[in-house]
Design a protein around this ligand. Structure first.
Ligand code: ZN
Length: 342
């Protein structure tokens, strides 16, 4: 006799599978590594439910596309059902009818949680709207001539390469204003060598050859989750992981760190690699012929920077590149103009 499918069991199995997959993902997260400082809040590798926050916006766009409320009606209802109500989910309906009142209560709580998340999402955009209007009132309108010029062209002095980490925005910590810096942010502020295409290469090409920036500034930071992923990854690259496939760009920094800091703790190795990878990225910049040529001519400077947000200090240094000559110690590259801001 064919046994009816036990939906309660199925649902619990799916939840268990989800938790197990989640713990496998957690192995990639910085918080799994020992933390000497309060660095556990590394966020960029953590999945976020931004979908809820976008619900009203996406509906607004849908209205623009379809034009009429009538055409939108069924779509909107279905969309909201999928967001906020579990009543339409047959699996959950079966669970509620078969199991105890505790499960029914859980579903009710989930409904409340969904509503709360939507409300929080709206609050976030309400705050964002206020910030935008404040920017418009106090920056844009009070400097309308400057922004009118920017609307025609940009001529930034800096190309900045910084980490995507939410805590290290260069505009916030270094005060870059609109028009000051052409910027790309990626995981661990890495610059791949010229033979590895990526959006970072494209940004560099545009900034150097079209905008003709005078400075490239690679900025790293403390407690970098990308560097922790680089330092903790197995030697065999896992091609199925976008994160590992990207941070492996910094493998030379990882190797040199392990060579000179093997006796240090994992966290100390990471601190070392955070700076080592900046220098490796600076060297990788020289693999681009049009960058190397400009640096050699002295019309483009390359700088490194390190922001320690646990102490709020900033180190800055500049590449000293000798295109045709070597220094007394036989080096073509060295560091100059070091500074420590604290
Ligand atoms: Zn980072």
């Amino acid at each position: 006799m064919r046994r009816p499918l036990n939906y309660v069991y199925l649902l619990r199995f799916l939840r268990l599978s989800w938790r197990q997959n989640g713990s496998a993902m957690a192995a990639l997260r910085p918080s799994t590594a020992p933390q000497p400082q309060d660095c556990s809040a590394v966020t960029f590798l953590r999945p976020r439910n931004s979908f809820l926050g976008l619900s009203r916006t996406s509906l607004g766009i849908t209205r623009q596309i379809y034009g009429s409320r009538e055409k939108l009606g069924k779509f909107e209802e279905a969309h909201l059902r999928s967001l906020g109500s579990n009543k339409s989910d047959p699996t959950l309906r079966v669970e509620a009818s078969r199991d105890s009142a505790g499960l029914a209560q859980e579903i009710t709580n989930n409904n409340k949680l969904g509503v709360n998340k939507i409300e929080q999402g709206l609050d976030l955009f309400g705050e964002m709207k206020n910030r935008f209007l404040s920017f418009k009132r106090h920056k844009y309108l009070e400097n309308s001539e400057h922004f009118e010029k920017l609307s025609k062209a940009q001529a930034p002095k800096f190309m900045v390469i910084a980490c995507a980490d939410s805590r290290v925005c260069p505009s916030t910590i270094l005060g870059f204003q609109p028009g000051d810096a052409f910027m790309i942010r990626n995981v661990a502020n890495l610059v791949p060598p010229v033979e590895r295409p990526s959006e970072t290469n494209a940004a560099l090409e545009f900034a150097v050859n079209t905008l003709e920036v005078e400075n490239i500034f690679v900025i790293g930071h403390s407690c970098c989750g990308g560097i922790q992923a680089l330092m903790s990854m197995p030697d065999e690259i896992d091609r199925s992981s976008f994160i590992r496939n990207w941070v492996v760009v910094g493998k030379k920094a990882r190797l040199s760190t392990k060579a000179v800091a093997a006796n240090l703790s994992f966290d100390q190795q990471c601190r070392h690699c955070e700076k080592e990878s900046i220098n490796q990225s600076i060297l990788n910049l020289l693999t681009y012929p049009w960058i190397e040529e400009r640096v050699g001519k002295g019309v483009l400077s390359i700088h490194g920077g390190y922001y320690d947000f646990t102490k709020c200090t900033f180190e800055k240094w500049t590449l000293d590149y000798k295109r045709s000559n070597v220094d007394k110690e036989g080096r073509r590259v060295s560091i100059k103009d070091q500074a420590f801001w604290c």
